[in-house]
Design a protein around this ligand. Structure first.
Ligand code: PLP
Length: 467
């Protein structure tokens, strides 16, 4: 690529050659794309030099900010050795060191690390491990073949991960590709399916899950859950104690607890892993997104020693886990992931974010009082602001009105990048964000919500926003 290719040329080529994820391309082709050229800290800069706050950490991955010198250097140093070698029959220093660090930092009892490429594959690996584990551990115990998961859950876009997903729009048309699973009602306190209120409810929403387990546990290999926050569902925060109850039920009914920490992992909830808020150790744990500080794609599935041991045997017993990817354990990705963990330690990232979490809560109070804000959910740095047409009845905006989208477009015009989930405006700043940047982000979110929901539709919702 020549350096003198200008922004306009790139915009044309984007619309001619690219197919963007989760994007209606017919609409995309009608507007000039926002092309990000560089970034630093919590900021991204486009081709014209305009600066934007990265309000969702580049889709939930960035941790210590863009262009962190230690992370940048880790990649350069590894590049000076080798960019890639395989974990199939070989090993590498970064892959070894990272596995050791992850085991030390993960919930106690998770002792083995299996690498893959992203969140979806980390989840696929967990599902396959669970199925094979039961076959090898109790070959005659009958088929534990299916999974229990929550409605509205999101675990990725590959077929297995979709099967345990609960967002109809993303999965229903692919029904023929998917395996049958069992879905239970998620904890969604703002719209509680049982019409109860926490804490008076006594976590009654767990009871139906126990009923399912009681009836079907012989068929169920694992229960898959996004601990504490069902992120893509709209940042649904589980009430305290919920995760503990799920752990107890999994143990009681001999079902593996599979924690999908792809979104919640690496500090996003205020602890390194969400499970640690309730001192829960899952049997399998999938991580990705923040694992490399938001630099390179890498996934990992952590397993307990019990699960790992069930895969040991003579070669001809065929207990091997026959799964792997071309780039499994890529050294560049592992090197930057190691540096990511090192920065957590040297910059005391988790300790320093506690004050910012409280600041964020305080800043969100006025937002929660806006006319069309129904619910503000926050867990650490994961925030979902649910917009409603009528707060008294909780009547949602029709999805076709795309209220969340127009809020994001308005925020962009004001210098803040967001990506909503339907009617839920998401805020998920990099952990390294400063208090001043946080305050600016929330002010911009509030202003954008007001412009779109409180001005006449013609002026707000339908305004064409130029990138
Ligand atoms: C993003 C996400 C995934 C999928 O990760 P990819 O890297 O996009 O494949 C899985 N689970 C959860 C909870 C996620 O938020």
């Amino acid at each position: 690529m020549t350096p003198d290719v200008d922004a306009k040329q790139l915009a044309d080529w984007d619309r001619r050659y690219l197919w963007h994820p989760f994007t209606q391309m017919q609409e995309w082709e009608q507007e000039p794309p926002l092309i990000i050229d560089r970034g630093r800290g919590a900021w991204l800069v486009d081709m014209q030099g305009r600066k934007y706050l990265d309000g969702v950490s580049s889709i939930w991955v960035n941790v210590h900010g863009h262009r962190h010198p230690i992370l940048d250097r880790a990649i350069r140093t590894q590049l000076g050795k080798v960019a890639h070698s395989s974990l199939l029959g070989l090993s590498s220093p970064p892959a070894i060191a990272l596995a050791r660090s992850l085991v030390k930092l993960a919930p106690r009892g998770l002792t083995r690390v299996f690498y893959s490429d992203d969140g979806s594959t980390a989840v696929e690996v967990a599902l396959k491990m669970a199925i094979q584990y039961w076959r090898q551990r109790h070959p005659r115990a009958g088929p534990k073949r299916t999974f229990l998961h929550l409605q509205l859950a999101y675990h990725g876009d590959t077929a297995g991960a979709m099967s345990i997903g609960g967002i109809g729009l993303f999965r229903d048309r692919f029904d023929s590709l998917l395996v049958p699973t069992i879905a239970a009602e998620p904890p969604y306190c703002y719209r509680c399916p049982l019409k109860k209120t926490y804490p008076a409810c006594g976590l009654a929403c767990v009871d139906p899950i126990e009923q399912i387990l009681k009836r079907r546990h012989r068929d169920i290999a694992g229960l898959v859950i996004e601990p504490l926050v069902q992120a893509a569902a709209g940042m649904l925060t589980a009430p305290p104690g919920y995760l503990t109850r799920i752990r107890e039920l999994c143990t009681k009914y001999k079902v593996l607890m599979i924690a999908d920490e792809v979104a919640t992992g690496f500090g996003r909830t205020g602890k390194l892993f969400a499970c640690q808020h309730e001192r829960v150790t899952p049997d399998l744990m999938a991580v990705s997104k923040g694992l490399t500080g938001g630099y390179l794609p890498l996934g990992a599935t952590l397993a307990t020693e019990t699960i790992y041991r069930a895969f040991l045997g003579q070669y001809g017993e065929w207990k091997t886990f026959f799964h792997g990817h071309s780039y499994t354990g890529n050294p560049l990705a592992c090197a930057v992931a190691l540096a990511n963990l090192e920065v957590f330690r040297t910059e005391r990232t988790l300790a320093r974010m506690q004050g910012k979490i409280r600041t964020l809560r305080r800043l969100l109070t006025p937002v929660s009082r806006l006319a069309h804000v129904g619910d503000v959910r926050q867990r650490g740095f994961m925030v979902g602001i649910e917009l409603v047409k009528n707060p008294a009845t909780k009547e949602p905006y029709p999805l076709t009105e795309r209220t969340g989208h127009w809020v994001a477009m308005e925020a962009r015009r004001r210098g803040l990048l967001l990506r909503p989930l339907g009617n839920v405006v998401v805020l998920m700043p990099p952990l390294a964000v400063t208090a001043r940047e946080l305050s600016r982000m929330v002010a911009l979110v509030g202003a954008a919500i007001r412009t779109v929901t409180e001005s006449p539709p013609a002026a707000g919702r339908r305004r064409r926003v130029r990138a």
